[in-house]
Design a protein around this ligand. Structure first.
Ligand code: NAD
Ligand code: LMR
Length: 333
């Protein structure tokens, strides 16, 4: 029998967690033979709702679920965890941009970065879902000087899946027939969903597409899908966000196929000329529990401009939280 992984989930009584926790416990992320201990973290005022969630988890009698611990503080909640899903944060409402959440949510992530640094397993892998996810991940990473920046990622997998789903629809095929879509940049309306490298059933999609449709319909639709869902549902995406989180962590842990890549927001190493140190979505491949930015993709002039636009937004977001970013230390690399 394998030793259990300890998994922290913040915002564990919220909407995304309501899908995520049950699928984690069913083995959808770490496999059907990997036992888990869930360390669920909530604000003190949401602990009663969290107790309800724990009762439901118990009532599923999941064979892989060794224990469920409930925490109203991150020091205990992050203790010895191998993986952390940082979901807990305020969601946006109708008419808001995700960056409007920066002041409400940024402080949460500096404290969480410090607590992960001090209490988590030194190899912890962190996925930030709470918005604005890229800059929150940057804050968490910079407040964890003993951990490598590569241990901190943010979620653009929902955008990646949206981009795949919409192009599959266009080609009348299944989403699994679509390979090599890429999301560049911020999880925001400036993100760049790139189809230049994509294939449908093994054939390049680009020559089949009308550039006007790509520019005026496809790209804006992917960029604004979160807002479209909020307008329709009255609240932000939850089940699809949980799916994105599951896909992201599973692929990071188990690896990606050689003939495809996925999108993950990772700390930029300067690849493709993107400013070093910001948390930026790139096409990546994962192997042996590590993510690597896919190198050498051709980028034309129009794509370059779009990448620069989303890069600028992230640089501006970073400038707005400079007070939460301690100087980088040698140990962090
Ligand atoms: P929700 O309001 O339903 O749940 C959030 C939960 O987080 C609440 O239970 C709240 O009590 C808890 N929480 C807030 N601050 C906390 C803290 N400091 N520590 C622990 N728990 C805390 O929201 P949701 O729909 O689950 O969304 C959560 C976040 O995920 C939002 O910021 C949302 O915008 C974001 N989101 C990101 C993506 C993405 O693709 N990156 C997709 C969907 C949603
Ligand atoms: C999404 O993309 O659905 C989430 O980030 C929620 C939002 O605010 O759009």
């Amino acid at each position: 029998m394998k030793r259990p992984f300890r998994i922290a989930v913040t915002g564990a009584a919220g909407s995304i967690s309501n899908s995520l926790l049950f699928r984690l416990a069913a083995g959808e992320v770490f496999g059907p033979d990997q036992p888990l201990i869930l360390q669920l973290i909530e604000r003190p005022e949401a602990m009663e709702a969290l107790r309800g969630m724990a009762m439901e988890l118990e009532d599923c009698a999941f064979p892989l679920l060794h224990n469920v611990r409930l925490h109203d503080n991150i020091q205990d909640g992050f203790s010895n965890v191998h993986f952390a899903f940082l979901v807990g944060a305020k969601p946006r409402g109708p008419g808001m941009e995700r960056a409007d959440l920066l002041s409400a949510n940024a402080e949460i992530f500096s404290a969480q970065g410090r607590a992960l640094n001090d209490y988590a397993n030194p190899d912890v892998k962190v996925l930030v879902v709470g918005n604005p996810a890229n800059t929150n991940a940057l804050i968490a990473s910079r407040n964890a000087p003993d951990l490598s920046p590569s241990q901190f990622t943010a979620m653009s997998r929902l955008d990646h899946n949206r981009a795949k789903g919409m192009i599959a629809n266009r080609f009348g095929c299944n989403a699994s027939d679509i390979r090599k879509v890429a999301i560049w940049g911020n999880h925001s309306a400036t993100q760049y969903p790139d189809l230049h490298h994509a294939t449908a059933m093994g054939e390049p999609v680009w020559p089949e597409l009308d550039p006007k449709w790509v520019d005026e319909e496809y790209i804006p639709r992917v960029q604004k899908r979160g807002a479209e869902i909020i307008a329709a549902r009255g609240q932000s995406s939850a089940a699809s966000a949980a799916q994105g989180a599951i896909d992201h962590m599973r692929d990071w842990y188990f690896g990606t196929p050689d003939d495809d890549f996925v999108s993950m927001c990772v700390v930029s190493d300067g690849s493709y000329g993107v400013t070093k140190g910001i948390v930026f979505s790139f096409p990546v491949r994962c192997r042996y529990g590590r993510h690597e930015i896919v190198q050498g993709l051709p980028i034309d002039e129009a794509a370059r401009k779009r990448i620069e636009t989303t890069e600028k937004e992230l640089i501006d977001e970073k400038a707005g939280v400079e007070h939460l970013l301690p100087a980088e230390t040698e140990a962090a690399h």
